[in-house]
Design a protein around this ligand. Structure first.
Ligand SMILES: Cc1cc2nc3c(=O)[nH]c(=O)nc-3n(C[C@H](O)[C@H](O)[C@H](O)COP(=O)(O)O)c2cc1C
Length: 325
């Protein structure tokens, strides 16, 4: 058993987190992660209304009484996202853990604080971590350059970004990006983290509601099979390397190109429908991290968590202990 400030603060059995994931973080997966002893997050903006989010929260609670939370990804969007309504649903349903990402959660903090809700803010730089702590967030989840989704614009790998963040803030830090197994967990703890956040690893599980082709592709892909898109728009995304992302990267070699030149190609809805649900691996953009190179099977969430913990404990007891002697 590994006890950290994260296991203590959230009452979870392990310091493993599954962050919010668009197109992936639905109730059955979050419930499976919670039952496995890790901390999963429902992704609020996948639900069109606060009522739909409330129904998803009830769905998880029907499966387990273990802790879980809700992710609020605060990004500009063409279709207005009902953040205030989501916040009301979070408060009224008694959710006590929120993961925020994208913009800082300044507008939501007073309500969260007044209702005893702990906030994990996910960000990609030391300076944003320091600002978020000043706003009162309880935990920083720091996303390194390896991560799936939005790694920011600084390109700092987690091996430097994590200890730099841990040095700069006085709240617990979660290591995010590139974490996939017990080795990652022990390395993260050694670098100053109190937990690890994994997205890619939990996509390749039995309970993730994704087409089997997606899970098989994650196993088949190596750490080299991701691409960065939208760098020229200062909205960098790490996605899977496929025909569509290569086409976007080719178009964006010309720095005068705008979002209009790639909008249809980078559509998240298209990726979710064609790839994540349809299994056409060149049917659109889909998000994945470099840690896919460390993933070789499609176990249950319970097996993922059990295996990470026993590998981590084995490293401490056998490998590190003999080295220290
Ligand atoms: C398919 C997918 C969708 C994601 N969508 C979101 C999202 O909507 N909001 C968010 O905060 N993070 C999102 N993420 C990022 C994850 O929460 C997590 O920070 C990231 O996956 C960590 O890196 P890893 O994949 O190397 O473990 C997504 C990740 C994946 C793989």
């Amino acid at each position: 058993m590994i006890k950290t400030r994260i296991t203590e603060m959230f009452g979870v059995e392990t310091p493993i987190v599954m962050g919010g994931m668009t197109g992936v973080g639905y109730a059955p997966l979050v419930a499976a992660v919670a039952k496995a002893g890790a901390l999963g997050f429902l992704t609020a903006h996948m639900y069109p209304t606060a009522e739909a989010l409330e129904a998803a929260i009830k769905e998880v609670r029907a499966e387990t009484d273990k802790p879980f939370g809700v992710n609020l990804t605060i990004l500009p969007s063409f279709n207005p996202i009902p953040y205030d309504e989501y916040r009301r649903a979070i408060v009224e349903t008694g959710i006590k853990i929120v993961e925020t990402a994208g913009r800082n959660p300044v507008d939501h903090m007073p309500d969260f604080k007044a209702n005893g809700i702990k906030v994990i803010h996910k960000c990609t730089s030391v300076r944003h971590s320091v600002s978020a702590v000043k706003l009162g967030v309880d935990v920083i989840s720091i996303d390194g350059f390896e991560c799936a989704g939005h790694p920011g614009e600084d390109d700092i790998g987690l091996i430097v970004l994590l200890p730099a963040t841990a040095d700069a803030v006085d709240v617990p830090v979660i290591a995010s990006g590139g974490m996939a197994d017990g080795r990652s967990l022990i390395a993260a703890l050694a670098l100053g983290a109190d937990g690890v956040n994994m997205g890619t690893r939990f996509m390749a599980t039995q309970e993730a509601d994704l087409h089997e082709n997606v899970k098989r592709k994650i196993v088949e892909n190596t750490e080299r099979d991701t691409l960065l898109t939208n760098r020229t728009l200062r909205n960098t995304s790490r996605v899977a390397r496929n025909a569509v992302s290569e086409e976007v990267a080719r178009i964006q070699q010309d720095p005068t190109k705008t979002i209009e030149d790639v909008r249809a190609l980078v559509s998240g809805a298209r990726g979710r429908e064609n790839v994540l649900q349809g299994g056409d691996m060149d049917g659109g953009i889909w998000t994945i991290g470099q840690s896919q190179g460390l993933i070789h099977d499609i176990p249950t969430c319970a097996d993922v968590v059990k295996r990470i913990m026993s590998q981590a404990e084995g490293i401490v007891r056998k490998r590190l202990d003999t080295m220290a002697a």
